[in-house]
Structures are given as C-alpha cells and as structure tokens.
Design a binder for this molecule. Structure first.
Ligand SMILES: CCCCCCCC/C=C\CCCCCCC/C=C/C(=O)SCCNC(=O)CCNC(=O)[C@H](O)C(C)(C)COP(=O)(O)OP(=O)(O)OC[C@H]1O[C@@H](n2cnc3c(N)ncnc32)[C@H](O)[C@@H]1OP(=O)(O)O
Ligand SMILES: Cc1cc2nc3c(=O)[nH]c(=O)nc-3n(C[C@H](O)[C@H](O)[C@H](O)COP(=O)(O)OP(=O)(O)OC[C@H]3O[C@@H](n4cnc5c(N)ncnc54)[C@H](O)[C@@H]3O)c2cc1C
Length: 607
C-alpha cells in the first residue's frame, strides 16, 4: 500500500544511530556532488580536460584556456587513446611536428592505428581536444606531449579542415554510457600555434629547441592519477547503490519456509544470501574509507609537488593505480552479484541493476586496464624490495616490507575464533601474506639474467602479490578509520563488525595465499570462517539501517526493488505496464505473421 513502510520492522531492529552513520558515510565528499558531475561527464568530459590543463599548461596558458573551459565556451576532450594503443601511452603514434618556418606544430595521424579512439565527448560535442602526440623536432622524437587543438568551429560546430571526427558507435548493452559520445579523430596535417603545446613541464622555444622537463616526466600522467583516485570513491558509490537495492529487496523477498500458514522466510535470513551479500555491504564501507584516505594522500601529494617535493609521487602512483584496480573489480563483480541476489527480478531494467552494471563495468578498463595497473604496483613493490639491501627503509603503505625478515618468521597465534576480531591479529596476517608473496616474487625474479624477462614470466604471480598489497591497504585504512573518534550509539561497534567481515571474508576467499605462505594453519583458517558466520548474524538486524545510511533517494537508486518503503510488488507490476508493449493487447505483426500460421489447415493431423 502507498505510504506504508514495508521495511519498518527491519528499521526498528537497528542497534545504532543511523543519522551518525549517514554522516560517517558521507564523510568529506557528497555522492550527489560526484553523481551530478558524473551525469555532466556522461554528456561531456570536464573531469579530465580541465584537470589536464591545470596539470600540464603554463600559468599563461591556463589564463587563456581555463576560463573558456570552465564557462563551457569551449568543450574539451581528453584525447589520448588511439585505435592501436591505450595502455601503452609511450606507444601512441599521432605526431606533432614543429615547423620553425611558421612557428607551428603540424598534427598528423600517420597510420590507421594512430586514429584517436575512445575519448569521451570527442564524437559529437567537443570543440577542442587535449591531444596527446609525439613531439617531433628536426626528425627527432621527444615522446608524447599534450597539445590543445580546436576541432570544430565555434560558430557552426562543423569540423575544421584536416579534422575527421566520428562517434565510435554503440557500446556494451543499452547502458547509459551510450549517451557518452566516445569518438574517433584523424588529423590530416592540422596546424596549431606553438603556444598550444602544453608547456608547464617541458617547452619548445621559438628556435625549435626542446627544453626537457626538470621534474619527473611522469607528472605528464598526472590527470590519470587524479581521476584514478576519484574512481575509487566512485566505486564506493556504485557498489553501495547495488548493495542498497539487493539488501532491501532481500528483506522484502520471501521464499519457502512457511509452516502452518506462517509467512515464508525472508531470503535475507538464508545463510547463503548473507554470505554473498554482507561481504559486499562491508566492501562498500571499506572502499569508501580507503577512498577518503586516498583523497587526502592525493591532496598531500599536490601540496608536495607545489614545493617540488616528489618523494611521495611513486607511492601515489602505486596506490592510485592499485586501489583503482582492486576497487573497480570488486564493485563491478559486486554489482553483478547483487543482480543475482535479486533473482529473476534483478534482471529487470526496473530493478536498476542491469543499467548500473552496464554503466559501471568499463571502470575496470578506462583510466588504466586493471591488470596493467596492478603490474605498475608490482613494479613498485619489486623496486622497494630491491632497495632494502641498500638500507632503504620503506615508509607509508610499504612500511611493512621494512619488517619483511620478521614477517617471514610470522605465524598467527590465533587460538579461538574471536581472536580474529582483534585488528592487530588481522593486520599481521595480511602483512605477512603480502610480504611473503612479494618476497617470493623478488626471490624468483633474481633467478633471471634479464629482469624484464623475469617480470614478464612472473607477471601473473606479481599481479597476485600486488593484489595482496592493495587488500592490506584497504584493511589497514578501515582499521585506522575506526581508531578515529566516531560518536553515536552503536555506530563504531557496527563499523567494527563490518571491518571484521571485510577482512575475514578476504582471508576466507584467499585462504590459499594464507596457507601456501604458511601464515596461518588450516585450523586458524577454519576459525576465521566460524567467526565470519557469527558476524553475519550480528549484521543481520542492522542490514537495512546500514544501507539506509547511504542516504540514497529512490530517484538516485532508480530501482523498484530498492525502494525505501519496500513496496516492491505493486510497483514492479505498475512499472511493467509502462512498457509500450502493453499499450495494446494484440502485438504489432500478429495479424501479418502469426495469425496466418495459426490459421494454417492441419495436414494429416500435423501442422
Ligand atoms: C555509476 C554511478 C556513478 C555515480 C557517481 C560518479 C562519480 C564520478 C567520479 C568519478 C568517475 C570518473 C569517471 C571517469 C571516466 C573516465 C573516462 C576514461 C578516460 C580514460 O581512460 S583516459 C586514458 C587513460 N589511459 C590510461 O590510463 C593509460 C594507462 N597507461 C599508463 O598510465 C602508462 O602507459 C603506464 C603507467 C602503464 C606505463 O607508462 P610508462 O611506459 O611511461 O612507464 P613505465 O615504463 O611503466 O614506468 C616508468 C616509471 O614511471 C613510473 N610511473 C608510471 N606512471 C606514473 C604515474 N602516473 N605517476 C608517477 N609515476 C609513474 C613508474 O612507476 C616507473 O617508475 P620507476 O622507473 O620504476 O621508478
Ligand atoms: C568507457 C570508456 C571510456 C574511455 N574514455 C577515454 C577517454 O576519455 N580518453 C582516452 O584517452 N581514453 C579513453 N578510454 C580508453 C581507455 O583508457 C583504454 O581503453 C584503457 O586505458 C585500456 O587500454 P587498451 O584499450 O589499450 O587495453 P589493452 O592494453 O589493449 O588491453 C587488452 C588486454 O591486454 C592486457 N595487457 C595490455 N598490456 C599488458 C601488459 N604489459 N602486461 C599484461 N597484460 C597486458 C590487458 O590486461 C587486457 O587484458 C575509454 C575506454 C572506455 C572503455
């Protein structure tokens, strides 16, 4: 019935202050702010074009271009990826050749594979590109740099001479990403003034002299680092949306279990449903908290870069790349799991889950393919280990590697299931697992004469070691979050339950790592699983309140299954009747194609 809260009985079970939990979840950033930016992103791409200008343009160039971009007087596209290269930025083929006679760069797409391909906004709407091209001076190749290129007339929006632009066509399913005009672009000797090369990091003089950057060349990748840390926050939004839908529906849905006319069992009370759903609920909170930490780490990096302090740049790259990879994979797989947790109705568009999945899953690819990103983390870990011998003391997220010798001797002292509730017990196990996996890779790498050959040969193991490292970061940041002063009845206790679920679920899922590295015994692994089951029972009465704390409106969720009031069945039915197919009783084409078959006379008893 309208106006009735069908989940009131669930909300009344909450054992914590939901208002405080809402504040804890909202943290320092508001999902709506990012959502609205995202929806603008789906139409345009200010998320990268503007930050890239800020990162790579001189002050003078910023004064010229930022006001235009901020006021949408020009619409920009971050135009890096090509048909033939995306991951390998240093392999990009588009060229920008300096012409000293005219003080211009000539942009050209020398091959088909040099065609710019995928950049958001490029297909139909962008008037300008921040094009990444190989700087060529006197036939010498100086590598990939950024160039501002006007693509379309600001009068009639027609493409300019030498510019061939198109949309790359429909993408995965009918998802909203099809509202993004990811485009293709071919340059045919397009001339731009020399001052449209972004020259904050390196310059080309009027005489055609290349002035190399006096800062790490990787700062030219800064926009990708910026977006990767935002994508981690985005992962917490996407996953929490799916978890909210599937948790509320799991409390509404009843199936089997009726005795003597009693109501059937709520599917949320099935242990299998809890074992699939509650780790995702815990993961949403875990990703949110690690995104808060990553954002503050990134802001600290920016301040350091202003002071020419590059000391945390390698760690920032490793953390943004690794956490982007891990969290987007968890979120993408989690959204699909949430669809399955809703049974058949989860497959309906009106559940909101197919759309959310279709929009979200490219996050595992864009801004850095997730495997390629984990390999970057692995490089960083191997480099960190190689420097231990020279006395280098790792700090920050690799500090545990400074205790590698000690961790190699570690054996968990867990005796009872509840020992796994102690944060230090959990962190030690995760540190030992990560250290041993990385040390084993380093040990194996040392057997190769050519380190690059070794890295390629061992890349699958290295990805697993990088994954263990990133999971340790997320577990650690969840624990650190709870060391903060968090007010409100029962709030910290509930977050503690989620923290333990997150960690013990990972331990259970990756039990092979923990056993093969001899960090824990099979018995201790068994006790961890015992504890996990007990934790699910503790979350159960709070599940609805924990997803209410995401504070998402029904509009934002756009899901009949995830409605706040749980009034699912009438709304499912109502939504179905909005389908145009139900405008008529007899479907189009029936009389032309189906009825003649039905009217066919029977021949010898057969059609
Ligand atoms: C669904 C509901 C939503 C509701 C809310 C939504 C809110 C929205 C908010 C957020 C979502 C945002 C949406 C974003 C949409 C994005 C659209 C997509 C855009 C794109 O995809 S842009 C193109 C992205 N492309 C890539 O990422 C390419 C990946 N490749 C690379 O980065 C590089 O090629 C590389 C790093 C893999 C390799 O580079 P390179 O060959 O130059 O370097 P190496 O030889 O490997 O390493 C040398 C050295 O450099 C270090 N290094 C590398 N990169 C960096 C870096 N970035 N920073 C610092 N250092 C770096 C590397 O570690 C090595 O160091 P050592 O020499 O070993 O010390
Ligand atoms: C929705 C969407 C939006 C995008 N928006 C933009 C945009 O606005 N601007 C832009 O410039 N680009 C954009 N891109 C492109 C995106 O950045 C690239 O697709 C992404 O970086 C992956 O690169 P790739 O396509 O070359 O994948 P590839 O690297 O070709 O990946 C293919 C396979 O090869 C594997 N692989 C590649 N290299 C290695 C290696 N060294 N070791 C082991 N395995 C490897 C990968 O893991 C993967 O399994 C977008 C892409 C998508 C899907």
């Amino acid at each position: 019935m309208e106006g009735v809260d069908h989940l009131a009985h669930e909300r009344n079970k909450a054992q914590f202050d939901v208002a405080v939990m809402k504040a804890v979840w909202a943290g320092s950033r508001d999902a709506y702010e990012l959502f609205h930016r995202f929806s603008r992103l789906v139409a345009n791409d200010p998320e990268m074009f503007i930050p890239a200008i800020k990162a790579q343009a001189t002050e003078e160039q910023q004064k010229q271009w930022l006001p235009l971009a901020n006021k949408m007087k020009i619409i920009g596209s971050y135009t890096q990826t090509e048909l033939g290269h995306g991951s390998n930025v240093r392999g990009l083929e588009t060229t920008a050749t300096f012409d000293p006679k005219t003080d211009e760069f000539v942009l050209n797409s020398p091959t088909l594979t040099a065609t710019k391909w995928w950049p958001g906004g490029l297909g139909k709407i962008a008037t300008h590109a921040l094009a990444h091209a190989r700087l060529i001076i006197d036939d010498k190749d100086y590598g990939v740099h950024g160039f501002l290129v006007q693509l379309r007339s600001l009068d009639d929006h027609l493409t300019l001479p030498g510019i061939t632009i198109g949309d790359i066509g429909m993408k995965y399913g009918s998802g909203a990403y099809n509202t993004m005009d990811n485009g293709s672009l071919i340059f045919d000797h397009v001339r731009i003034p020399r001052n449209q090369m972004l020259m904050r990091l390196s310059q080309v003089t009027r005489e055609g002299k290349y002035v190399p950057s006096n800062v790490p060349r990787q700062l030219s990748y800064g926009t990708m680092v910026y977006v990767r840390q935002k994508i981690v926050f985005d992962a917490s939004i996407a996953l929490s949306r799916a978890v909210c839908i599937s948790t509320r529906y799991s409390a509404v849905r009843r199936q089997f279990g009726s005795h003597n006319g009693s109501p059937e069992t709520q599917v949320i009370d099935y242990k299998t449903q809890q074992a699939r759903l509650f780790p995702l609920l815990a993961s949403a909170y875990a990703i949110r908290f690690v995104s808060e930490w990553l954002n503050s780490f990134y802001k600290d990096l920016l301040q350091r870069l202003e002071a020419k302090d590059f000391s945390t740049l390698p760690e920032a790259h490793a953390c943004t790349a690794g956490l982007k990879s891990i969290t987007t994979s968890v979120a993408a797989d989690g959204i699909e799991e949430c669809r399955k947790l809703c049974g058949g109705h989860g497959y309906l568009t009106s559940s909101g889950l197919p759309e959310l999945s279709a929009v979200y899953i490219p996050a595992c690819t864009y801004e850095g393919d997730n495997v390629v990103m984990l390999l970057q983390v692995a490089r960083y870990l191997m480099k960190t280990i190689s420097q231990l011998k020279s006395g280098n003391k790792p700090v920050g997220t690799t500090a545990y590697l400074g205790r590698a010798e000690q961790l190699m001797q570690y054996h968990s002292d867990v005796l009872r299931a509840e020992d796994w509730l102690k944060p230090n017990v959990v962190v030690e196990a995760f540190e030992a697992r990560a250290a041993r996996m990385s040390m084993a890779c380093a040990q194996n790498l040392s057997k190769f004469n050519n380190p690059e050959d070794g890295f390629q040969e061992l890349s699958a193991d290295l990805v697993e070691a990088a994954t263990a490292h990133c999971q340790l970061i997320i577990v650690s940041k969840f624990i650190e979050k709870l060391q903060q002063d968090i007010p409100g009845k029962g709030v910290k206790e509930q977050l503690g339950v989620l923290r333990s679920i997150y960690a013990l679920f990972l331990l259970h899922k990756h039990i092979g790592d923990f056993l093969s590295t001899d960090c824990i015994t099979p018995k201790q692994g068994y006790l961890a699983n015992e504890q996990l089951r007990s934790l699910y029972s503790q979350v159960r009465p709070n599940a609805i309140a924990l997803v209410d704390a995401f504070n998402y409106t029904d509009h934002f969720l756009s899901s009949v299954l995830g409605r706040y009031d749980g009034n699912v069945y009438p709304k499912l039915y109502e939504e179905a009747w909005k389908d145009p197919l139900n405008d008529t009783s007899i479907p189009d084409g029936f009389h032309e194609y189906v009825q003649p078959m039905l009217k066919q006379p029977l021949h010898h008893g057969r059609l």
